[in-house]
Every structure is written in structure tokens, then in C-alpha cells.
Design a protein around this ligand. Structure first.
Ligand code: G6P
Length: 368
């Protein structure tokens, strides 16, 4: 096992650090920068039908569901096809309205999650085209879908998903662009978006260098009992994922929320004992996020901000700032999630938790 950990203290840390390489693997052969084009073998034969979808329903559980939410933002922005994201467990028991004009995308790292498998079978029975995004090659979900793409993230051992999540988001980004081709985006726009994606792995390597700094921040919050994670737009699902990572492995209660919804509830909880993590990158909602930070500060909440490199103004508002390289909004989730994975990891290890095998959780939930 020590050899498999490759010198890292835990599989989770190894998997976090593997992400730049995994991201390259996910894109390999699929993203062709010279021609600015995409080659997605697993869905090539079905692309026309996928592009004609009346709507797309994404079904998944846990972290894969969070990737699905980012997929919703990406597909709607790029391809202008309406998307709904459903928990597989809810979808399967709701007698969902599905027609053969719908496309269902199921996302699963293991390819064995019972609820996701049942959702896939339900969708097939109702006549939808079902596409899978799985990590484990030859898994049940991968075999039962009509078409699909593998994430090629390699085996993920840590129960808390990290590299599989970023790989899923990259696949969804590529799928969203493929759905836009010849419809909603020009070839030059697609080439530009692909270039931005191709720059992500080196930006992630940069962020990973902050691990020690994040370890120090973790030391100040290791005894917190609650955490709030706030983000907007593409970073709202990242807020959910950051909160999930923390609760899974450190057993600290954490909630993710869209930042603007704070005033409809969580604001009542804010005091000096409630650290708030803001994902405050410079995008169209940046100034709104700043006013949300002010609201937290005026109630004595402690603030950790994930901000864009060069943003010095935010230092005066936040207790701690973790910087990420500048990037366009659609790729930011792939960057902002990295410090949140590291923060959860460091807080959990400082609390003496078994991060690779957290209590009560299973890597793959094959029963209901
Ligand atoms: C479990 C795991 C999570 C995972 C979820 C969905 O809860 O602990 O890490 O996100 O199942 O698993 P899947 O294999 O379908 O992505």
C-alpha cells in the first residue's frame, strides 16, 4: 500500500496531486489544438441525436451529481439545450416525464451506484437516448448505456472523490462544446474554449503549490464546528462540492449555498464561530460576492476567500485569501475546487481523521 501511495501520506493527497496529469489524459486524443477540434469517439455516432435533444437530464449521486450541475451550466451556456440535473435516487421513484426526444446523461465514477443504474434503466425503458460518463472501464453503467465517454482518471482509492470529479467536469466541458458545434458556437469560438481548457492542467499545478499555505490556514479552523461555502454561477456547484469534501472526511458540518441565497437563511447563523468560504473569482458576479462578504464581516464571520491572482482589494475584506490563476468563467470550477479539496484534506488530517476511509461512507454504494 505504501508503494501505491507513491510517497504521499494518503491516497486522497496523491489523487489530488495527480490531477494535472489526469486532466491531460482526459483530453488526450480528444482535444486537437492544432485544428481547434474535438474527437469524442464514444459518442461520435450519436452526436447528431444528442444535438437534437429536446432537453438533457443529468442523473448522478454525490460528487458526480455536483459535476452534473456544472455540466448544466456548461451545456446551457455553450449549446443552449435546456438541462435538468436530478439526484438519481429521486428521479427513479418519481415516474419522470421522459420522451424519446430527451437525452439522459448518467455520471458515475464507479459505474456501479445502484440508484444511478436504476435511473439509467428507467430512462432507457422510457425511450430516451442514454449516455454515460464513467471512470471504471467495463462497469455496469458503462455497459448498459447507449453511448458514453470514460473519464480515464485511473483508479480512485480515496473514498472522497477528487480526480474523478475534475475529470468528469472536463468530459462535460468537451461534450458541451461538441453539442455546440455547427449550431450555437462558431469554430473559432470552440477553438478558443479548447485552448482555455488546455491551459487548465498547468494552472492546477500552480494551485497545488499552495498546499503548505492551505495547511497553515487549516490549522486556524481545525476546531470549527460548522462551515458555510458560498459561490455563484459556475462556482455554486463548487461550493456544494467543497462543503461535501469537508463533511465527508473531517466530520465538520458544512453547507454549500448559492451566495445570493445567504440572505434567505444562512445569514441567521453567522457569528464569529461560523467560518465562511467565499469563491470570489473575478467574473460577472464578483462585485455581488464582495457585498456578500461585507455582510458576513459585519456579523463578525471569519472569511476565507478563493480569489483571482492579482486581486489585492480582497485582502482587506477576508481573513485569508487563497489565489488561483486568472481563467475564463467556464473553466474556473476546475481551479477553484482544488484549494477546497486541499483545505478539507488538511483540516481532516489535523483532526486525526482517516481521510482515505471515512466512517460510514463507502466508495461505491451498490445497494439502496
Ligand atoms: C459515494 C462515494 C462518493 C461518490 C458517490 C457517487 O457516496 O463516497 O464519493 O461521489 O458515491 O458514486 P459514483 O461512483 O456513482 O460516482
Amino acid at each position: 500500500e505504501e508503494i501505491e501511495k507513491g510517497g504521499y501520506e494518503h491516497f486522497m493527497l496523491k489523487e489530488i496531486f495527480e490531477q494535472p496529469g489526469v486532466m491531460e489524459d482526459v483530453m488526450r486524443g480528444r482535444v486537437r489544438l492544432e485544428s481547434g477540434s474535438l474527437h469524442l469517439g464514444g459518442i461520435n455516432d450519436n452526436l447528431e441525436q444528442l444535438r437534437k435533444a429536446r432537453r438533457i437530464i443529468i442523473c448522478a449521486c454525490g460528487t458526480s451529481w455536483h459535476a452534473g450541475l456544472i455540466g448544466e451550466y456548461l451545456i446551457e451556456e455553450f449549446a443552449r439545450i435546456p438541462v435538468e440535473v436530478d439526484y438519481a435516487s429521486e428521479f427513479r421513484y418519481r415516474n419522470p416525464v421522459i420522451t424519446p426526444e430527451d437525452v439522459v446523461i448518467v455520471i458515475s465514477q464507479s459505474g456501479e451506484t445502484a440508484d444511478t443504474l436504476a435511473a439509467l434503466r428507467e430512462a432507457k425503458e422510457k425511450g430516451a437516448l442514454v449516455m454515460g460518463i464513467c471512470n471504471v472501464v467495463g462497469s455496469t453503467i458503462a455497459r448498459e448505456t447507449h453511448c458514453g465517454m470514460y473519464t480515464h482518471a485511473g483508479p480512485e482509492i480515496g473514498v472522497a472523490s477528487t480526480k474523478a470529479f475534475t475529470a468528469q467536469v472536463i468530459v462535460l466541458y468537451m461534450v458541451a462544446l461538441a453539442l455546440s458545434q455547427g449550431r450555437t458556437l462558431s469554430d473559432s469560438e470552440i477553438a478558443l474554449y479548447l485552448r482555455e481548457l488546455s491551459e487548465v492542467p498547468s494552472k492546477v499545478s500552480e494551485i497545488l503549490k499552495s498546499s503548505e499555505e492551505i495547511h497553515a490556514i487549516a490549522g486556524s479552523y481545525r476546531n470549527a464546528r460548522n462551515f458555510l461555502y458560498l459561490g455563484r454561477g459556475y462556482n455554486f456547484p463548487v461550493a456544494l462540492e467543497g462543503a461535501l469534501k469537508l463533511k465527508e472526511i473531517s466530520y465538520i458540518h458544512a453547507e454549500g449555498y448559492p451566495a445570493a441565497e445567504m440572505k434567505h437563511g444562512p445569514i441567521a447563523l453567522i457569528d464569529e464561530d461560523m467560518p465562511v468560504i467565499f469563491i470570489a473569482t473575478r467574473d460577472s458576479t464578483y462585485t455581488k460576492i464582495l457585498s456578500n462578504i461585507e455582510e458576513v464581516r459585519s456579523r463578525k464571520g471569519r472569511v476565507i476567500a478563493i480569489a483571482s491572482e492579482g486581486d489585492e482589494d480582497i485582502r482587506s475584506l477576508a481573513d485569508h485569501v487563497i489565489y488561483i490563476p486568472a481563467a475564463s468563467a467556464p473553466v474556473t470550477p476546475l481551479l477553484t475546487v482544488i484549494p477546497l479539496q486541499l483545505l478539507a484534506y488538511h483540516i481532516a488530517t489535523l483532526r486525526g481523521c482517516n481521510v482515505d476511509r471515512p466512517r460510514n461512507l463507502a466508495k461505491s454504494v451498490t445497494v439502496e
